[in-house]
Design a protein around this ligand. Structure first.
Ligand code: NDP
Length: 263
């Protein structure tokens, strides 16, 4: 029987995941298809997943923490961070994984000499990246508001809001906020961002397929910058390994999935 996969999010219309996964399934001869589900209420995720009889799913903003709560079992890095972006239906049990952080590392792998990182935002993606990168790099966080920063503070990270931020030099600035996704907002006030970007050697916006205000500002000040396509590919490859029941190696899936970016 044809297997069915989906991405849950709000908004979700912009997602490239259906294209990436459907292309990969068809090229690898996997009898499966992948669709989008616009879900407003994250607490309904589990109910909708099983009502649609899905074999697996990806979860995007703002439901990654709700996805963690919806699982019967959470495996690997996702269990450390409480954030799930990939769901697998294992004989009626919902199993959660997180492939975002490994996907991000994959995208910055070629850049050397990065030691100090400033993450803009304090949501699910920020948490995944902060915990992963802090294993080898010095990571701080800057967020618009205070409440989501509390969990990072408890974990020992240096955290600031826009009002108490004390500038210093960072090698890498990463925008993990959704500012710029459906609007033209910068992830922090320009007075804070501009000097940080001038000093940084690399900036990454995890938003993909859009020349965001953050990326435009990087270009204006001459800082090397990349969008979220590399991370998208990396997390998609690792999710696909799970969707294809580990029948194909990550490198084999990557060599196929990367071609979906040319479509
Ligand atoms: P969350 O909803 O968990 O967190 C959103 C964060 O953005 C919060 O820190 C919030 O701040 C901040 N924020 C929202 N709007 C603004 C604004 N106008 N100005 C400043 N800060 C703002 O989102 P996720 O972590 O799940 O996703 C974040 C982004 O990452 C999305 O754009 C998503 O598409 C992208 N993404 C890309 C991936 C890829 O593969 N390339 C993979 C995963 C995510 P506050 O706490 O103050 O509300």
């Amino acid at each position: 029987m044809k297997r069915l996969y989906a991405i849950f999010g709000d908004p979700v219309a912009h997602s490239r995941s259906p294209l990436m996964h459907n292309y990969t399934f068809s090229k690898l001869g996997v009898d499966a298809c992948y669709t989008r589900v616009h879900l407003k209420d994250g607490s309904k995720l589990r109910e909708v997943f099983f009502a649609l009889n899905l074999d697996g799913a990806n979860v995007t903003l703002p439901h990654k923490e709700a996805a963690f709560a919806a699982c019967d079992e959470v495996r690997g890095f996702a269990s450390q961070i409480g954030v799930v972006n990939t769901l697998i239906n294992e004989k009626g049990k919902l199993i959660g994984y997180n492939t975002d952080a490994d996907g991000f590392e994959f995208s910055i792998d070629m850049f050397k000499n990065i030691e100090k990182v400033l993450i803009l935002g304090a949501g699910g993606t920020a948490k995944a990246l902060a915990l992963k990168l802090s294993k080898r790099l010095n990571v701080s966080l800057l967020n618009r508001s205070k409440s989501r920063l509390e969990q990072f503070k408890k974990l020992g990270f240096t955290t600031s809001t826009w009002s108490d931020f004390e500038p210093q030099r960072y090698d890498l600035i990463v925008n993990t906020t959704s500012a710029g996704l459906g609007d033209e907002d910068l992830p922090a006030p320009i007075e804070i961002l501009k000097p940080l970007l001038v000093d940084a050697s690399l900036a990454v916006d995890v938003i993909y397929a859009k020349d965001t205000p953050f990326l435009k500002l990087c270009k204006d000040v001459g800082t090397e910058s990349i969008g979220g396509e590399g991370m998208l590919l990396g997390q998609g490859v690792l999710a696909s390994v799970l969707f294809c029941k580990e029948q194909f190696a990550a490198q084999e899936i990557e060599s196929v999935m990367v071609k979906s970016f040319e479509l």
